[in-house]
Design a protein around this ligand. Structure first.
Ligand code: GAL
Length: 719
C-alpha cells in the first residue's frame, strides 16, 4: 500500500474507529516498505511525511566510489521490512536473526554489542542513560554485514531484538517458577523496531559482505569521510581559559624550550569579551590586537582555534540583527538562533568571517551544543522556522558544523575543529567530538564506537592523578583523530609531570613520524569511506555468506563467531594495518585479540600470534602496537611543527611480516580542496618476494602535484 495514502487515512480517522474497523495490531497490517535504489548497494524507504532530517546535512553521495565497490545483495526478505503510522507515531520493523549482533547507535562510552536493549537516542551531555550521548547517531551495523540508517531529526527509539509482537516469531514459553534460568525478562525478538514521535521518517539500508563494507557505504553515501588539513593531525594545546595573548606567546616559547611539537593553540572562553552566553568578540584587555597576535603565531606555523557556545550575549554586535531569528527560550539568558534559517546562518558566518577567519583563525570548538535539559531550551520551546524544539536540539551541533564546513569550502580552506554534539550523516564534517566525561577506558571505548557512527572522537587529555596515568592518556590520545591537551581548567603543559616528560615527548614524536600513514588513512576515509580509527569488529574482512556456504566456521554454530571474538572495546585499528592496544594506569599486563593472519610487534618486528588472544606484559615507555602481515608503514622524520616544515621529506618505510603488499601513499597541498580537482600525488610502495627475500620499490605519479616524499629507505622489520 502507498504509505502516503495510508498515513492520510490514519490521520483523518479517529483512533477508536480504527481499532473497531480494522486490525492495526497485526504485522500484516503494517505497510511493506518500498525500497528505492539510491546507489550501488544503497536503498531507501520512506514512510509518511518527509521531515527535517540529518541526511539534509550530508555531502553529495560519492556515487563513483560506491559503484567501484560493486553492488551488494539487499539484506532482507523484502516483505519482512515494514512500517506503520499510528497514534504513537511512525515506526519501522526490520528483521533480525537470532544469532545476529548489532553494533553502533552512536558514540557510547560503554560496550559495543547493542543487542537486547532499548536506546532512546537523544543528544545530551554524557548521561549514563542508554542512548543519551553527544552523538546519538541512528545508524547500526549488523554482524551479518549490512547497515541501517534512520534519518530523522526526532529522538528515535531503537528496540534491538527486544519487544515481542504477538504474531512475531516467539521464543518458547517458559514458566518462571519451574524454568529457572531459562526464563528471561527479555525474551529474544526477531526484529529491530524503531519509532519516532513524528509524522514520517526515511530508512536507508547499506549492503555488504561484512560490517566494514556496510560502514563504508554509509560514509560514502553521506559524502565520504573528512580529509583534515595536515596541520590538524599535529599537536593541539588548549590554553587556560583566562590566558591573554602574552600568556600564549610565553607558552609557545616554552614549547620551543622543552622541544615539544606544537601545531594548534586553542583559546578557551576568555578570548571573548563575554562568555556563557557569548559575544563572539575579542576581549580587548586580553587580546588587544588579535590580527597581530594571529600573525605572530602563523609565522611560526601555529594555527589558532576559538572556543564558543552558540548562545548570544545581549552585548554581542550581532544580537539585534539575530533577534528575529531566535527561539522562544534562552540558554544562560542568551538567545538561541534558529540555524535552519538561511538569514541566521549568514549573520553568524559573516560576523565570524570578518572578525576571525579573515584575520587568520583556523577553526572553532563548538561547545554546549549537547547540554543537559536544565540548561538547554525545553521540549515545548518554539522556533521561528516552525521546527520543533526537539528537532532543533537533536541537529543543532550538526547544523553548526555543516554551515561552517560550507563557509570554509567557499574559502577553499580546510578546517579541523571540535564539537560536542553530532548526529547522522556527519562523516564529511571536520569536527571532532570531545566530552567532559573523563574515564580513560570510556574514552577508548568511544574511539572504538565512533567508527560505527561515522563521527570522529578525541580522548583528549586534561590532567591526571599520577605520572603513569598522564603518560598512558598521552599514549592513547596520540593514536586518535586529534592529539589534544585541553588545559582550559588545569593549566597543565605536556611537561607538567617531569618524571615522564621524555616519554610523553617520545610518543608525540612517534605520532608525528606516522603522519604520512595517518594522513593517507584519512584520504581512504574520504575516498573509500574506511574509518581511519576503527572497531575490531570491522576487521573480519570476509563475506559471512561465503563462509557459511563453504562450511568453514571452525565448528562454531554461530556464523558470526569471528565478529563476536573481535567485540573488544579496548583496542582498535589505525589505518590499514596497525592495531593499537592502549594501556590504562596500573595495568601490568593486558589481553590483545588478534584477527586472523600473522601479527607482528610494531617496535621489534617479531611475530606475536595469529587469530588468537595473547597476553602481553606492558612497558611504561610503549603503547602496544601490532602490525598485520604485509603491513607497510611509511614514516617521516619528526618535526616540531607540521606547517612550518618546508621542503622535501625523506621516508623510512617499514614492512612487517612475510607477505608481499602494495600501499598507496597520498600527498597533496594539505590545506585546500584542490585535491578534489585531481591536484595530488600518489606514491606506490610495493614489496615483492623473490627467492624468499623481500625487496621494496616505490614510484610516484605526480598528478599535477609534486609529492613532498622523496628518498625512500626500506626497513624490513621481520626479516
Ligand atoms: C566545557 C568544555 C571544556 C571547556 C570548558 C570551558 O563545557 O567541555 O572543554 O571548553 O567548557 O568553559
Amino acid at each position: 500500500m502507498n504509505t502516503a495514502k495510508w498515513s492520510m487515512i490514519l490521520l483523518v480517522v479517529c483512533p477508536g474507529a480504527v481499532r473497531a474497523g480494522s486490525d492495526i495490531t497485526s504485522i500484516s497490517s503494517m505497510d511493506i516498505l518500498q525500497w528505492e535504489k539510491m546507489a550501488a548497494g544503497v536503498w531507501k524507504a520512506s514512510i509518511g511525511k518527509k521531515e527535517l532530517a540529518s541526511i539534509d546535512y550530508a555531502g553529495p553521495p560519492k556515487l563513483k566510489a560506491l559503484s567501484d565497490m560493486g553492488d551488494a545483495k539487499f539484506p532482507f526478505e523484502r516483505n519482512t521490512a515494514r512500517g506503520q503510522i499510528n497514534a504513537s507515531g511512525t515506526s519501522v520493523r526490520l528483521p533480525l536473526e537470532e544469532s545476529e549482533k548489532i553494533y553502533g547507535l552512536g558514540l557510547e562510552f560503554k560496550g559495543i554489542n547493542r543487542r537486547s536493549n532499548v536506546y532512546h537516542l537523544k543528544v545530551d551531555h554524557y548521561g549514563g542513560v542508554k542512548g543519551y550521548t553527544h552523538a546519538p547517531v541512528p545508524f547500526y551495523v549488523s554482524s551479518k554485514g549490512y547497515g541501517v540508517f534512520v534519518s530523522t531529526a526526532r529522538r528515535p527509539s531503537f528496540y534491538v531484538g527486544i519487544g515481542n509482537r504477538k504474531d512475531s516469531k516467539l521464543p518458547p514459553y517458559i514458566d518462571r517458577t519451574t524454568g529457572g534460568s531459562k526464563w528471561s525478562a527479555r525474551p529474544v525478538s526477531d526484529a529491530v523496531e524503531v519509532s519516532v514521535n513524528g509524522q514520517g521518517l526515511e530508512v536507508y539500508v547499506f549492503g555488504g559482505g561484512n560490517p566494514l563494507e556496510a560502514v563504508r557505504r554509509y560514509n560514502l553515501y553521506c559524502g565520504g569521510g573528512v580529509l583534515p588539513p595536515r596541520w590538524g593531525l599535529g599537536f593541539w594545546h588548549r590554553m587556560h581559559t583566562r590566558s591573554s595573548d602574552s600568556d600564549v606567546l610565553k607558552e609557545v616559547a616554552d614549547f620551543e624550550k622543552y622541544d615539544f611539537p606544537l601545531d594548534v593553540i586553542g583559546l578557551e572562553p576568555g578570548w571573548q569579551s563575554f562568555a556563557y552566553p557569548c559575544s563572539f568578540e575579542w576581549d580587548k584587555t586580553r587580546f588587544p590586537e588579535p590580527k597581530r597576535f594571529l600573525k605572530q603565531l602563523s609565522e611560526k606555523g601555529i594555527r589558532v582555534n576559538l572556543w564558543e557556545n552558540p548562545y548570544l550575549a545581549p552585548t554581542s554586535t550581532i544580537s539585534q540583527a539575530m533577534k528575529p531569528y531566535t527561539g522562544s527560550h534562552t540558554v544562560w539568558l542568551g538567545e538561541v538562533p534558529d540555524y535552519t534559517l538561511e538569514t541566521a546562518r549568514k549573520i553568524l558566518l559573516d560576523h565570524h568571517q570578518k572578525n576571525h577567519l579573515d584575520i587568520g583563525v583556523s577553526g572553532y570548538k563548538f561547545d554546549e551544543v549537547d547540554g543537559y535539559d536544565v540548561w538547554l531550551w525545553p521540549d515545548h520551546a518554539s522556533f521561528p522556522s516552525g521546527h520543533s524544539a526537539v528537532q532543533i536540539r537533536q541537529l543543532y551541533g550538526l547544523m553548526i558544523q555543516n554551515m561552517f564546513m560550507q563557509r570554509f569550502r567557499e574559502m577553499n580552506k580546510r578546517t579541523y575543529g571540535l564539537v560536542r554534539s553530532s548526529n547522522g550523516a556527519a562523516s564529511p564534517s571536520g569536527f571532532v567530538i570531545y566530552s567532559d566525561y573523563y574515564d580513560h577506558r570510556g574514552y577508548v571505548t568511544a574511539l572504538v564506537n565512533c567508527s560505527l557512527a561515522g563521527v570522529l572522537w578525541t580522548p583528549e587529555i586534561r590532567s591526571a592523578r599520577s605520572d603513569e596515568e598522564w603518560l598512558r592518556r598521552f599514549q592513547s590520545v596520540c593514536f586518535s583523530p586529534m592529539v589534544q591537551l585541553n588545559a582550559w581548567s588545569s593549566g597543565k603543559k605536556p611537561w607538567s609531570f617531569p618524571k615522564v616528560t621524555d616519554l610523553v615527548r617520545d610518543v608525540i614524536r612517534l605520532r608525528t613520524r606516522l603522519l604520512p600513514y595517518i594522513y593517507t588513512a584519512f584520504y581512504d576515509y574520504n575516498q573509500r569511506g574506511i574509518p581511519p580509527f576503527r572497531a575490531m569488529v570491522l576487521e573480519t574482512g570476509f563475506d559471512h555468506s561465503e563462509e557459511i556456504i563453504a562450511g568453514k566456521l571452525h565448528g562454531e554454530d554461530n556464523p558470526y563467531a569471528e565478529t563476536m571474538r573481535l567485540e573488544t572495546t579496548d583496542q582498535y585499528m589505525m589505518g590499514p594495518s596497525i592495531l593499537v592496544a592502549p594501556v590504562f594506569a596500573g595495568q601490568k599486563r593486558r589481553k590483545v585479540v588478534l584477527p586472523r593472519g600473522n601479527w607482528y610487534d610494531f617496535y621489534t618486528g617479531k611475530i606475536v600470534g595469529n587469530g588468537e588472544t595473547i597476553t602481553i606484559e606492558t612497558r611504561l615507555e610503549q603503547i602496544p602496537l601490532f602490525v598485520k602481515d604485509g603491513g607497510i608503514v611509511p614514516m617521516m622524520p619528526s618535526v616540531n611543527n607540521i606547517a612550518g616544515a618546508k621542503g622535501t621529506i625523506d621516508l623510512e618505510v617499514r614492512h612487517y611480516g612475510r607477505k608481499e603488499n602494495t600501499y598507496l601513499l597520498y600527498d597533496d597541498d594539505g590545506q585546500t580542496f584542490d585535491y578534489e580537482k585531481g591536484i595530488f600525488a600518489v606514491t606506490e610502495l610495493s614489496v615483492k618476494k623473490s627467492n624468499g627475500k623481500l625487496t621494496g620499490s616505490s614510484s610516484t605519479s605526480n598528478n599535477k602535484w609534486q609529492s613532498r616524499y622523496r628518498k625512500v629507505s626500506w626497513k624490513f622489520m621481520s626479516q
